[in-house]
Write a protein that binds this ligand. Structure first.
Ligand SMILES: Cc1ncc(COP(=O)(O)O)c(C=O)c1O
Length: 404
């Protein structure tokens, strides 16, 4: 198994000093750093092979096209999709969800129902709210308990034959909870409802098998998976993507255009209007190679002890409120220090060389649930160390002392 010291050599940014202090990066939920192999793949492409895809008959364009399609195959294998055509390139999770909400959502009728959960990121709330408004559909929400668990009985009560789609996060970006997706998909399918999973946070921690989950859609972003920004994935079952109308229209996604009528390519191309994010797609391919080499078993073995250590240290400090205590969780810790505003704490952490996120984390309904404006959030990646957790805990103690 690779050690954390070996892994850290792949991420030179982790050894940076900021304001003369060694930098501890604990904001992996917002975005992750990229290994050298991904950076090199992207710069090599720009230096030696840069070209557009699909339209060119010349060597470099054919090569760029082949490399993008290679990434599609890698993603198919990585998430165990049945077919390559089930993998659509998007800008990120947000665009993938908007694509489904707009395209699949256009089939919703007045009185149909859409169910989401109280612990969603705004990216998995607002697109559904908007489509419900435009289609006259009804928007329903599964609540969660103070421990950060979805209320499964409430879900049972909300489900009916009117439910057309259920959109759930696999892992909460605030509470860390890993939801029982497979069970929820099974329940929704009994009513003929489709299920979209927001995998933005889960995929950096867990191996994903879309056939085993049997979800209808799964979305994630490259930049939260140690890969580039500007590229994300929408997985969709072939039968669904085939019947769904295009999301955006324009170049590359058409079959024949006349002024009377336009016909479209098949999935996935009909959903990929405009010039693709070629460098980022190729970078995502290198990211998958890198992660497959490390393996999710190693990722778990590196992350879980850090999470357990951080939680146990934090719990020993008086006057700390931690939000979310689900048994199945990822390395995401949201908390507040009594009497200290999260933003003030964030500034002191920054002075101490600890990078973490403060705010509502684009999940305002979670803040409303707990009656707070914001939280401090520390999030762990496989390249973090026990020393960095110690630095974070020292930071918490200093802040407490400062505001005494
Ligand atoms: C659970 C969840 N869903 C969706 C998103 C949106 O991801 P992106 O901004 O990469 O589209 C995020 C980003 O933090 C997230 O945490």
């Amino acid at each position: 198994m690779l050690t954390v010291d070996e892994i850290r050599k792949d991420f030179p940014i982790l050894s940076r000093k900021i304001n003369g202090k060694q930098y501890a990066y604990l904001d992996n939920t917002t975005t992750t750093h990229k290994p050298l192999s991904v950076i090199k793949t992207m710069t090599d492409f720009l230096k030696k092979e840069n070209s557009s895809v699909n339209r060119g008959v010349y060597y470099l364009s054919q090569k760029a096209t082949a490399r993008c399609e290679e990434t599609r195959e890698k993603v198919q294998r990585f998430i165990n999709a049945k077919r390559e055509e089930e993998v659509v390139f998007t800008k990120g999770t947000t665009e993938a969800i908007n694509l489904v909400a707009t395209s699949f959502g256009s089939t919703l009728k007045k009185g149909d129902e859409v169910i989401i959960t109280e612990m969603e990121h705004h990216a998995n709330i607002v697109p559904w709210q908007q489509v419900c408004l435009s289609q006259g559909a009804i928007f329903k929400v599964i609540p969660f308990s103070d421990s950060g668990m979805l209320d499964q009985e409430a879900f049972d009560r909300l489900l009916s034959h009117k439910t057309k789609i259920v959109a759930i996060t696999h892992c909460s970006n605030v509470l860390g909870t890993i939801n029982s997706i497979k069970k929820m998909v099974e329940k929704a399918h009994k009513y003929g409802a489709k299920v979209l999973i927001d995998g933005a946070q889960a995929i950096q921690h867990l191996p994903i098998d879309v056939q085993d989950l049997d979800c209808d859609f799964y979305c994630f972003s490259g930049h939260k998976l140690y890969g580039p920004t500007g590229i994300g994935i929408l997985y969709g079952k072939y039968e669904l993507l085939s019947m769904m109308p295009p999301y955006q229209t324009g170049g590359d996604m058409i079959d024949i255009v006349t002024f009377e009528k336009t016909t479209f390519k098949e999935t996935p191309y009909k959903f990929e209007a405009g010039t693709s994010a070629i460098v980022e797609i190729i970078g995502l391919g290198a990211t998958i190679d890198y992660l497959e080499n490390i393996g999710y078993e190693t990722i778990t073995l590196l992350e879980v002890p850090l999470l357990e250590y951080a939680m146990s240290e934090l719990k020993q400090i008086e006057g700390i409120s931690i939000y979310g205590s689900a048994a199945k969780r990822a390395g995401i810790i949201s908390f507040n220090i009594d009497g200290v505003h999260a933003h003030d704490a964030g500034t002191i952490f920054d002075d101490e060389g600890v990078a973490l996120r403060v705010g509502h984390h684009c999940a305002q309904p979670i803040m409303t649930h707990f009656g707070i404006p914001a939280t401090i959030r520390a999030s762990i990646g496989f390249y973090n160390t026990k020393e960095e957790i110690d630095k974070f805990i020292i930071g918490v103690k200093k802040i407490k002392e400062f505001f005494k």
